[in-house]
Design a protein around this ligand. Structure first.
Ligand code: ATP
Ligand code: MG
Length: 447
């Protein structure tokens, strides 16, 4: 049987024949140690030379097979975290719920995990624990490589690659799913989603990133389980949302998040708008396609701008309520901004450095609409983001008296003003001094 893998190949890889069942031997696939980083190869080799089994697993095997450059390298082994730590000079055990070891070689950090088991744990030492809703609150029950494959989220993330003998180990028909461009959750979808609702978001993310279809059985319970997203911790949801909205596939991700009703739980104030207000929908759709384009061109994208734009319609709606209760427009917007942010960060823990910037971007909207004190505003640290939001608002059909065009012309006529590092005290927080390029952080995965 021929496994051909057809995604945008950087190095075209074809798995030719699965002669030995689940082990695809050297020569029958096109992976080679060259696809993995030298540091991670050194870690695998050292573990193996010390008598342990060790494999590359997860995203790096999947991506290399599909012709993408792996983002990071995950190693799985039968050595337990303490044994791993003892082997390497610079190794740190992290995580409680799910212990992994970060091994550092040169400047590279590689995640090394011990094979886990999905079996029910009857022992009293609480290695694997599930809450009443089925959510895994502890997952440190070790097992065999096959157990480990079964506890992974998606079949395409459960391939094991041994660079020493150049074999791929496929326990779950993962290569066949790759060939069929299929996202399939490992095991019973409902149980596995309930164990860790983040998997719902991962299904969406990998389906758009790889342009794979979601298997019917995997998709079936997704809408119904949308409410389980509420169980995910706010910091973890923040990291997941960054991956969903700043990875270059935000538009498609948003469509699927909406389709499965996930937005109602991630950003309830947006979901309400999206149903009733076409303009808000257009604003978000234009934002996300612009963001995707920027990512494609390697331009910087910032979480502050993304969240500020997504939540802007909610701020406007909330402001109207405050104006109706007699507040000035300025105070109404301040109260609205606080209210929208404080509700949102309970669900998605947007860090303060971003929420401060978001408030500044919102506050600048009315200044930009008034078009006065242009020379001062244009030197403002948040001017560019606020101007971009202004343009998007107009683009999505809001009538702002031609403010966007006015500012575009003003900048053309006064290019020198951009250089002025003038800071408007009211709007600028002194703690934030640079507009930073946002790079997706390497976060510790819980699983
Ligand atoms: P990428 O790093 O490109 O986003 P990845 O698949 O490597 O993709 P990681 O978050 O680095 O994603 O996780 C590494 C591997 O750990 C995954 O490929 C998968 O096998 C497993 N994994 C990650 N998250 C979960 C989860 N929530 N449940 C079960 N297994 C998971
Ligand atoms: Mg990874």
């Amino acid at each position: 049987m021929l496994y051909s893998v057809q995604k945008k190949p950087k190095h075209s890889i074809v798995v030719k024949k699965n002669t030995l069942g689940m082990v695809i031997p050297d020569g029958n696939h096109a992976l080679s140690p060259m696809h993995m980083s030298p540091e991670s190869c050194a870690i695998v080799t050292k573990l193996q030379k010390s008598g342990f089994d060790a494999f590359f697993v997860g995203g790096c095997v999947r991506d290399a097979l599909l012709g993408f450059k792996p983002k990071d390298f995950d190693v799985a082994t039968n050595a337990n975290p303490k044994e791993i730590k003892l082997l390497f000079n610079r190794a740190r055990i992290i995580g409680r719920r799910f212990q992994i070891v970060h091994v550092q070689i040169n400047r590279a950090i590689v995640e090394v995990t011990t094979f886990r088991s999905n079996q029910k744990c009857h022992s009293s030492d609480n290695l694997r624990h599930q809450s009443k809703t089925g959510m895994l609150t502890r997952d440190n029950l070790f097992g065999s490589i096959k157990d480990d494959a079964n506890r992974r989220d998606l079949s395409i993330n459960a391939l094991y690659y041994n660079p020493t003998d150049n074999t791929i180990h496929d326990f779950l028909g993962s290569l066949s799913d790759i060939k069929k461009n299929l996202i399939r959750i490992v095991g019973d979808p409902t149980i596995r989603f309930k164990e860790d609702p983040v998997r719902l978001l991962r299904v969406v993310r990998f389906s758009t990133k790889l342009d794979f279809e979601i298997a019917t059985k995997t998709a079936a319970p997704m809408c119904r389980l949308a409410k389980t997203l509420q169980q995910i911790s706010a910091p973890r949801l923040f990291e997941e949302c960054l991956k969903l909205f700043l990875n270059g596939h935000a538009s498609e991700n948003y469509k699927l998040l909406d389709k499965y009703n996930f937005m109602s739980y991630l950003m309830p104030c947006i979901a309400k708008h999206a149903v009733g207000e076409d303009r808000a929908k257009r604003l978000i759709s234009k934002l996300l396609s612009n963001t995707d384009q920027r990512v494609r061109y390697g331009k910087p994208v910032t979480p502050a701008f993304t969240f500020a734009t997504m939540l802007w319609p909610a701020v406007q709606k909330e402001s109207i309520k405050h104006i109706q209760s007699g507040k000035s427009a300025y105070m109404a917007q301040r109260h609205a901004a606080d209210a929208v942010i404080s509700k949102q960060i309970k669900i998605i823990a947007i860090p303060r450095r971003y929420t401060v910037a978001m408030k500044e971007i919102w506050q600048l909207q009315s200044f930009l609409q008034k078009k006065d004190r242009a020379a001062r505003l244009i030197g403002n640290l948040r001017f560019r983001a606020a101007y971009d939001l202004l343009l998007l608002r107009e683009d999505s059909g809001e009538s702002l008296g031609g403010a966007g065009m006015w500012w575009t012309k003003y900048q053309e006529l006064h290019p020198q003003d951009r250089q002025t590092k003038f800071k408007t005290k009211k709007v600028i927080s002194s703690s934030i001094s640079r507009r930073r390029k946002y790079v997706l952080p390497k976060i510790e995965s819980d699983f």
